[in-house]
Structures are given as structure tokens and as C-alpha cells.
Design a protein around this ligand. Structure first.
Ligand code: KG4
Ligand code: ZN
Length: 336
């Protein structure tokens, strides 16, 4: 069966076609980053309007790329939340309308489930059960994943998400939105040992995270440096970026390893936008190699929001028998 998937929870419009047997057939993506950059963050109203402009052309693009017609589609999947209400409504409305017009089932997908299962799009593919470290702009969670649809929350952030910590500290350093990749780029020219920043909850026994203190520590350091004669130098700025990235990555890696130890599992899957971070990838690859475990990442281009992960989650739910395919009467599901 071929599933057409729609993602529109934030600032990326994504559409994809995934076959339950053959995997990803095609996907198309439009990022609104350039549009939101001048405002320093996502403007919800602009996001919704742009999703409306993009979603149908992207759908046509996917059908053309995969050489599909409407008749080939067996079900529709869409991001039902969490996300920006107006943005979610666009993808959900298009998906539900398409399903209604064609008499197809529409599968409501939790955005985080899309991220969580996206490493299964890569090869080699992790076997269940595994620990998932879910690190996006809005969430930081550790989950035990037993099977498709069987998830156990082990720990999560008590305040800011990891991506949010990257974005907010990047903003303090005067970097463009989205700050994660920008801060990471600047960090490459800096010395991570240049500043000693806190690693909140690093040694706590639980599997929770806290990143808001880090942001305050960076701000305090920054103000000190700016008050010094000559102000903040470019090297100090790069060192601060490197120290921030190291602090975030150290905590994420330590808690992920702790989750593996506590559950006795050996496979770790990393998903969400921060999963694109080079330092995190290197650190976890080394740590898992040392433990004779395995770490899996989604393909780099599918770390941040995209339609492929939503269509794919829909396909996996169909394969697992979790979707009532006879249900083509659509209750509208959107949970901001
Ligand atoms: O998963 P995602 O695309 O959207 C949400 O569902 O939130 O994640 C976006 C987040 C942003 O906070 C962004 O700064 C961060 O992922 N991010 C990165 C990198 N690429 C994206 N953070 C650190 N290093 C990166 N290379
Ligand atoms: Zn996301």
C-alpha cells in the first residue's frame, strides 16, 4: 500500500509517498527558514500562510517524482500535533480532504512518533527494542521503544528542549535563526574548554534534563566579557559557542548512556533536529563503540521536520495492524 504523508507542524512543509513494502518512494520539502530569519524565530501566521502556498505544488512534485497517480494512493497520513495550530490545520485539512474525496483512511500521526521512527528509514535499520533520544526544537525525551506504537517515556526535559537551548544561546551570541546549526558552525573554530559551563543534571540518577540554567550561565559570561576593555572578541565568541555545544552534548550523551545501562539495552536511536549535530553524532558513536553497542541516526536530510517521516510512520502503523483501514469517516484530529 502507498501512503501519502503531510507534515506542516512548524516551519517546514513536507510531503512524501511511502510504500509499505518498498519504503520511501519520493519526498519534497519546503523550508521557511529564510522567511522567518528576519524576525529571529517562527512567526505562526506567516508559517500557516506559506504552508497553504506550498502544500499542493509539493504534492504534485511527489506524485511526479514517484511516477504515481491519485489512484495509486491507499491511505493518507498527516501530522496531527504537537505544533502550531494554524500550521497543523493546513496539512490536516489537505490530508483529510484528499482522503475524503478518494474514500481513503486518514491516519493522524504524532509528530514525535514521526521523528522517533525516522532512523528506521536508514540502512542498517535498528531492531526493536531500542532506546530513542528524541532531541528537537520543542522536545527532549528518552524513550524505550518496544515496537511500533509501544513507547515508554523514561525521562524528559524539565524546562527548555535541547534545540531550544541551542537556539536561545545562539541568539544571545548574535547568530541567525535557527541557531543550532549556526552555533555548531561557529563552535568549530572555538575551544570548548575555553569556558567552564554547567552541565545541569549530569550526575542525577533520573533520566530527566534541564537546560534553562545553561542559557543563564552563557548570558552571565557574555555580559562579563562584553564589559571587559575591547569587548567580546570573535575568538571568545567562538569559544563560548564551543563550550555551549559541549555542555549540551555532554548531558545528552551521558543520559542516553544511562538509559542504556538502566534498561540493559544496547541499541540507541537518535532523532529530531539536534540529531544532525556533528559533535553529538561523534560523541555517541564513540561511546557506543566503547560499549559494543550500536547507535543509529536518521539520514541527515531527514533529521529536521519532513514529510517522509510522517508517511513512513503511517506505513509502519498500517503494517503493524494499528490502523483501521475500513475507517474512511474522518474525525478531524489536531492537537497543538
Ligand atoms: O526536529 P526539528 O526540525 O523541529 C522540531 O520538531 O522542533 O528540530 C529543530 C531544532 C532547532 O532547535 C535547531 O536549532 C536544531 O533542531 N538543530 C540543530 C542542528 N540542526 C538543527 N541543533 C544543533 N546542531 C545542529 N546541527
Ligand atoms: Zn520536529
Amino acid at each position: 500500500m502507498i501512503i501519502l504523508g503531510f507534515e506542516s507542524s512548524c516551519d517546514e512543509t513536507g510531503v512524501a509517498a511511502v510504500c509499505t513494502e518498498r519504503g520511501l518512494l519520493a519526498h519534497a520539502l519546503h523550508s521557511q527558514i529564510a522567511m522567518h530569519r528576519e524576525y529571529g524565530g517562527v512567526v505562526p501566521e506567516l508559517a500557516s500562510r506559506d504552508h497553504i502556498r506550498r502544500v499542493l505544488p509539493l504534492t504534485t512534485e511527489v506524485l511526479q517524482k514517484a511516477n504515481l497517480s491519485f489512484d495509486d494512493i491507499g491511505a493518507v497520513a498527516y501530522t496531527a500535533g504537537p505544533g502550531l495550530a494554524g500550521a497543523l490545520l493546513v496539512g490536516a485539512s489537505v490530508a483529510q480532504s484528499f482522503a475524503w474525496a478518494r474514500g481513503l483512511p486518514a491516519i493522524a500521526i504524532h509528530h514525535l512518533e514521526g521523528h522517533l521512527l525516522s532512523p528506521l528509514l536508514a540502512s542498517p535499520r535498528p531492531q526493536f527494542p531500542f532506546i530513542a533520544l528524541l532531541v528537537s526544537g520543542g522536545h527532549t525525551q528518552l524513550m524505550r521503544v518496544n515496537a511500533v506504537g509501544d513507547y515508554e517515556l523514561l525521562g524528559e526535559t524539565l524546562d527548555d528542549a535541547a534545540g531550544e537551548a541551542f537556539d536561545k544561546t545562539a541568539k544571545l551570541l548574535g547568530l541567525d535563526y535557527p541557531g543550532g546549526p549556526e552555533l555548531s558552525r561557529l563552535a568549530q573554530t572555538g575551544n570548548s574548554a575555553g569556558y567552564d559551563l554547567p552541565r545541569p543534571k549530569l550526575h542525577s540518577h533520573d533520566l530527566d534534563f534541564s537546560f534553562s540554567g545553561l542559557k543563564t550561565a552563557v548570558l552571565t559570561r557574555l555580559r562579563q566579557l562584553e564589559r571587559e576593555p575591547g569587548g567580546l572578541t570573535p575568538q571568545q565568541r567562538a569559544d563560548l559557542a564551543a563550550a555551549t555545544e559541549a555542555a549540551i552534548v555532554d548531558v545528552l550523551a551521558a543520559k542516553a548512556i544511562k538509559a542504556l545501562k538502566q534498561t540493559g539495552l544496547s541499541r540507541l536511536v537518535v532523532a529530531g533536529g539536534v540529531g544532525a549535530n556533528r559533535r553529538l553524532r561523534e560523541k555517541l558513536s564513540q561511546a557506543l563503540a566503547a560499549r559494543h553497542g550500536q547507535v543509529f541516526f536518521p539520514p541527515l536530510d531527514l533529521c529536521t521536520d519532513n514529510g517522509a517521516m510522517i508517511a513512513f510512520a503511517g506505513a509502519l502503523r498500517v503494517k503493524a495492524g494499528l490502523v483501521d483501514l475500513s475507517d474512511t469517516g474522518h474525525a478531524f484530529t489536531v492537537k497543538p
